[in-house]
Write a protein that binds this ligand. Structure first.
Ligand SMILES: Cc1cc2nc3c(=O)[nH]c(=O)nc-3n(C[C@H](O)[C@H](O)[C@H](O)COP(=O)(O)OP(=O)(O)OC[C@H]3O[C@@H](n4cnc5c(N)ncnc54)[C@H](O)[C@@H]3O)c2cc1C
Length: 418
């Protein structure tokens, strides 16, 4: 079957890999000059298998009220005359109800565990390298109160089979001696041994190279304009370089996906949630962490990616605006400076923003549409790197009509109709 994948981010390229592996004739249309140059470019690098929880959670509405009006708040809305933003915001708040949160979190956990297996399979069968490390993620807390609350939550997760270790301050320092320089000493931590780190952009670039050698055609610098439909079936894609015919089309365009499918009558509840990252070269290897660190009170995560240190966080509902606001960027840099003041070369810090393609329930939309041969693999929000390989394998199985390894109905767009 001839399949076109729209979008060459981490999700699109992973999808192309599994479709090619399944024997299809695959091409990827990407408007940028190479793969992974949008949201997949400088994310936090965390493969958060045991951290994969939706942002819409019971405590969030109260936190939003406390953060209101603060320019450096971890979550912020820049009000606009955009009905889509308000509709999405209300649906997001509805998903904070405890029962919905529990259901959404369990669904995400299933996909993240499956996805880790698929990422390992891709890594081992291709041999690609992407500053990968599998040393877990340590969540740190500055106040005993926050640590106590987190320890309780970790206990509950442990009862559900999620691997978590509760560490006191001494044990945190023993595992990560660089924390000894922290401006405010850590009160304790929770360690998630299964989690990993890696550079999503390098992964996407290397995997795209592997796919190209295996026969996938990459059309970079080509912008998709519309999907052609005849007799209820997708027949190809009109682009700024002409018409590309296909038996099946997969939309993996991140935050652009809902705008692209709207003319076909498909209402995709995906909205961009802007985030920031700051990347600094490692200045002193003894002064930086060896694994992923999550500063849970400041909502910032830190990854060691080879000889670079990256901090990422902040969430902003501001439409498709990608501009860097210095103050917001500083709110991401400061926790890095407080925890590891002597590790990075700040004079060479690189600031970046990206748009997380977020659904109200935090899970991606993977699967068929009402149009035959038109598939969706998008809406991965804050977890696209973690979930990319599992989502791609699932989508590839559905496209080929094979039985999927995990229940595909959970990810369908239909869940928003009920
Ligand atoms: C600050 C920040 C930190 C993050 N940290 C993590 C993390 O630690 N772990 C994790 O798992 N996830 C993380 N994420 C989320 C993750 O980065 C995203 O979920 C993921 O990159 C989305 O991948 P994608 O392929 O769907 O989208 P994208 O990477 O945006 O790819 C979509 C592609 O479609 C292309 N496209 C769009 N329109 C067209 C068109 N008309 N024609 C052709 N091409 C088009 C774009 O150019 C783009 O390359 C983070 C995100 C941010 C912003």
């Amino acid at each position: 079957m001839k399949v076109i994948v729209l979008g060459g981010g981490v999700v699109g390229v992973a999808t192309a890999y599994f479709l090619n592996e399944a024997g299809h004739e695959v091409s990827v249309i990407e408007r940028r000059e190479g793969p992974g140059l949008e949201t997949s470019f400088a994310n936090a690098g965390q493969i958060s298998v045991s951290h994969a929880a939706p942002w819409a959670r019971p405590e969030l509405p109260g936190q939003l009220l406390r953060w209101m009006g603060r320019r450096d708040a971890p979550f912020r809305m820049v009000p606009r005359l955009d009905p889509g933003m308000w509709r999405w915001g209300l649906a997001f708040l509805r998903n904070c109800a405890p029962a919905r949160f529990r259901r959404n979190a369990a669904r995400l956990r299933r996909l993240s565990v499956y996805s880790q297996g698929m990422l390992t399979r891709v890594r081992e069968s291709t041999g690609i390298e992407f500053d990968h490390s599998a040393r877990g993620i340590l969540s740190v807390f500055r106040t005993p109160r926050a640590w106590d609350a987190a320890a309780g939550h970790a206990e509950a997760l442990r009862d559900e089979g999620v691997d978590k270790e509760i560490l006191d301050a001494r044990e945190c320092l023993r595992r990560e001696p660089a924390l000894g320089d922290a401006a405010t000493p850590v009160a304790g931590g929770v360690y998630s041994p299964l989690d990993e780190c890696g550079d999503a952009h390098i992964f996407t670039r290397e995997l795209a190279g592997h796919c190209a050698r295996a026969g996938v055609r990459f059309r970079y610098g080509e912008r998709a304009r519309s999907i052609a439909v005849a007799d209820g079936a997708a027949t190809g894609v009109a682009t700024d370089a002409g018409f590309r015919d296909a038996d099946a089309v997969v939309v993996a365009m991140g935050s652009e996906s809902p705008l692209f499918v709207r003319p076909l009558g498909i209402a995709l509840p995906v909205y961009p949630v802007k985030g920031y990252s700051v990347t600094v070269p490692v200045a002193d290897r003894g002064k930086v962490p060896s694994r992923g660190i999550a500063d849970e009170e400041r909502k910032v995560v830190i990854a060691r990616l080879g000889d670079r240190l990256r901090a990422a966080g902040a969430a902003e509902l501001a439409g498709h605006d990608r501009r860097v606001d210095e103050r917001r960027a500083r709110s991401v840099l400061e926790p890095l400076l407080e925890l590891f003041p002597n590790g990075g070369d700040l004079a060479r810090a690189v600031l970046w923003t990206g748009l997380r393609p977020m659904t109200p329930d935090g899970s991606p939309v993977i699967g068929r549409t009402g149009i035959r041969g038109l598939f969706l693999n998008t809406g991965h929000g804050s977890l696209g790197w973690t979930l990319a390989c599992g989502s791609a394998k699932l989508l590839s199985d559905m496209t080929g009509g094979r039985d999927a390894d995990i229940d595909p109905s959970e990810w369908a767009l239909d869940r928003y109709r009920s």
